[in-house]
Ligand binder design. Sequence first.
Ligand SMILES: [Zn+2]
Length: 117
Amino acid sequence: MPENHVTIATYDEVEHANIAKARLASAGIDAVLVAVDGGKELVVANEDAVAARGSLADAREAVAEDLDTCPACGSVRFAERRGGVLAAVLTIVLVGFPVGRSGPRRKCDDCGHAWRR
Ligand SMILES: [Zn+2]
C-alpha cells in the first residue's frame, strides 16, 4: 500500500469492490483496489478517508432501502416472477374468482426459499 493511504473497506467480491471504487470516483475521490487474501481492499489517501467512508455509507443506505432480501437467509440474489395477466385470467376462468395475493413471486438463488412480496 502506498504511504499515507488507508484501507477503508474490504470486499470478498471483485464486482462489489469495483462498484465501490466507481462510486468514489463519481464523488471525485481517487481510490485504489489492492488484492488481498480472499478479496480486495479499497484504499484511499488519508485525506480522502473521511469523505470516502461517508460516500460509501450513503451508498449502503441507498442499497438497503432499494433492495429486498430473502427473508430466510438475507441473500439479495433471487429471481422474481410475476404471475402475469394470462395466469390471472385462467385462474378466474377455472376457479371462478381470483386466487392468491397479488405481488410477484420470488425464489432465493442461495437457499431456495420462496416467498411473495
Ligand atoms: Zn435465501
